[in-house]
Design a protein around this ligand. Structure first.
Ligand SMILES: Cc1cc2nc3c(=O)[nH]c(=O)nc-3n(C[C@H](O)[C@H](O)[C@H](O)COP(=O)(O)OP(=O)(O)OC[C@H]3O[C@@H](n4cnc5c(N)ncnc54)[C@H](O)[C@@H]3O)c2cc1C
Length: 546
């Protein structure tokens, strides 16, 4: 992928040593995004994966609005990207008789301006992220090497990397071409069977949720109309899912029943017979992959041990019923990068890194529980329980229908760098178009990934000099925001911020570099204290705690 890929060491010398600020182990979507976000902040990164190329087969097919927002900050615009699409339709859970059990609003736009659901092919997204990595000269990729040993002390973490051995290479003298990557911090983004997690002795809690599902990915040569485009058939005879898989692709998932043999079930003749009712045949579609996957739910409560931090599937695993596993991992990367940035720049003490897992673990767990809850409904096969489920769900759907489909879910962060009991805190911020400093665009694009205190013009006098100074020490700034001609230094072009402040009942909102709200205050209610509390929670090293 990159010019900056490390070469194997000279076999006649001892191990090559690489030095960096951060070594990222694992270049799935989470390790790639972490490397990009750190690289874009000018840190030296060694980014390692055991394989020379990205995992070539589809896994995740959908992400939510928050991920679209994050990807946009690294140059992937989900609304206008040829490898990503969306559908103006709700998601339906249907009974075997096609009665509607539940409808989830996957068609509306979220408060951050992005659509609630997008569809894509994971290898394409990883390829895009790899291309972005290759543009960052301070990110050095080491591909075809696996982490085999980890040590750490008070000043650094050292990861020993060994050329990945294929079956035909047994007996090669790997020690001669080892690389030792030494860095201030090591990030374990090495997936479900994480070496890094095992090396620091952390064990996942297992919710004992196990179901085997056949996952089928198809490239279609003929256009089929799927109405709706994404749905779930909660049929006890064979629960199954039909969703898009990104442009030109479709994903089916079929649950295996007790006693069914994984290999026989995944055999092409069986797969084509499962697809036949959808008019998908060998002459109008290509079977890209059919594999039985064990859906499971496991998580860590501690995400850091000294200089080693875990993220993505290394820290949490969930069944894909809500399409949120990778999303949780990309949120991890976004939440970790700004913290590591401040710690590496000595603006915050390493304690700040503890707040990463404290915030993220309950958030990811919320999505694990949500996915398991969906799975428990979807995977039912007992006819009596299914009949009762259908009655209950249809009754609650009839009630819900009076107000519209169920809105997409929102989890809140665990305790960390945000001030509880202030409106909107711990959740992603709204986003609208702003005009500022000669630029007009989405707030994230115009202002960027930094701390921002937004204040209405009327309350501007409440932002005192010590608050401005404190924000400056956090790497951010204070802005007034309001309509054109209001005297605000940032113009609220489409009125988003005026409406959002009114909904929250506040005059000040403090935004973090990952776009979450750290705190807020109505006029006269002490924004100074909110900023000060936030700075304290960040373990800032740069004074001004008074
Ligand atoms: C069938 C299925 C459907 C899914 N659908 C969705 C969905 O629709 N939406 C969604 O959000 N999520 C979905 N997911 C989950 C999503 O695919 C994962 O959460 C995501 O891939 C995790 O990313 P990661 O970077 O943490 O780990 P991975 O993608 O697993 O990447 C880990 C990387 O680490 C490397 N590695 C491992 N060990 C070492 C080592 N010792 N040294 C060096 N490198 C190493 C591996 O080669 C790999 O490249 C789905 C998953 C499955 C299985």
């Amino acid at each position: 992928m990159a010019d900056n890929t490390a070469q194997a060491a000279d076999p006649t010398t001892s191990a090559e040593h690489l030095h960096a600020d951060v070594v990222v182990v694992g270049l799935g979507p989470v390790g790639l995004l972490t490397s990009i976000l750190l690289g874009q902040r000018s840190h030296q990164v060694v980014a390692v994966d055991r394989w020379p190329a990205a995992y070539p087969l589809p896994r995740a097919v959908t992400f939510d609005h928050e991920i679209a927002r994050i990807l946009n900050t690294v140059g992937i615009d989900a609304n206008n990207d040829p490898s990503i699409d969306y559908h103006d339709a709700i998601y339906q859970m249907l009974s075997a008789d096609r009665e509607v059990l539940s409808e989830i609003d996957w068609q509306s736009t979220a408060a951050d301006g992005w659509r609630n659901r997008y569809w894509f092919n994971q290898p394409d997204l990883e390829e895009r992220l790899r291309c972005i990595v290759s543009t960052l000269p301070n990110v050095r990729t080491v591909l075809g090497y696996e982490a085999v040993a980890l040590e750490q002390d008070a000043t650094s973490a050292r990861v020993t990397l060994r050329p990945t051995r294929r079956g035909d290479q047994a007996g090669a003298d790997d020690a001669l071409s080892e690389i030792v990557a030494e860095a201030s911090y090591a990030v374990g983004a090495d997936g479900a069977n994480s070496f890094m997690r095992n090396a620091i002795g952390l064990e996942m809690i297992d919710l004992n949720f196990y179901y085997d599902w056949l996952v089928v990915d198809v490239v279609e040569h003929e256009t089929h109309a799927y109405e709706p485009p994404h749905y779930q058939i909660c049929d006890p005879v064979r629960p199954h899912t039909i969703v898009p898989g990104g442009p030109g692709r479709r994903r089916w998932e079929f649950m295996l029943l007790d006693g069914e043999d994984r290999e026989t079930f995944a055999a092409p003749e069986n797969v084509w017979s499962l697809l036949a009712p959808f008019d998908v045949r060998p002459d109008n579609a290509e079977l890209q992959r059919a594999v039985v996957w064990r859906f499971q739910a496991r998580y860590l409560t501690e995400w850091r041990a000294g200089r080693v931090i875990l993220a993505g599937d290394a820290a949490h695993l969930m069944p894909p019923f809500a399409g949120e596993g990778m999303c949780a991992g990309l949120r991890d990367a976004n939440a970790l990068a700004w913290r590591l940035d401040l710690v590496l720049r000595d603006l915050a003490a390493p304690d700040l890194l503890d707040t990463f897992g404290q915030e993220r673990a309950p958030h990811a767990k919320w999505f694990i529980d949500f996915s398991v809850g969906l799975g428990e409904v979807i995977c039912m096969t007992d006819p009596e329980a299914v009949a009762q489920r259908n009655v209950d769900m249809m009754a609650s759907h009839a009630e819900q229908a009076k107000i519209g489909p169920v809105r997409p879910y929102d989890a809140t962060l665990g305790p960390g760098v945000w001030v509880p009991d202030t409106p909107g805190a711990g959740a992603p911020s709204a986003q609208g178009m702003v005009a500022y400093d000669g630029r007009v665009g989405r707030f994230d694009e115009v202002v960027g990934r930094t701390w921002s205190l937004l204040t209405t013009v009327d309350a501007a006098h409440e932002v005192d000099e010590s608050t401005k100074d404190r924000l400056h020490r956090m790497g951010g700034a204070a802005h007034t925001i309001g309509p054109e001609h209001s005297g605000a230094d940032m113009i609220d072009v489409d009125g988003t911020y005026t409406r959002w402040f009114a909904d929250l009942g506040v005059a000040h909102v403090l935004l973090r570099p990952d776009f979450y709200v750290a705190g807020s205050a109505p006029a006269g209610a002490g924004i100074t204290a909110v900023v000060k509390q936030t700075a304290t929670r960040m373990s800032l090293t740069t004074g001004l705690t008074a």
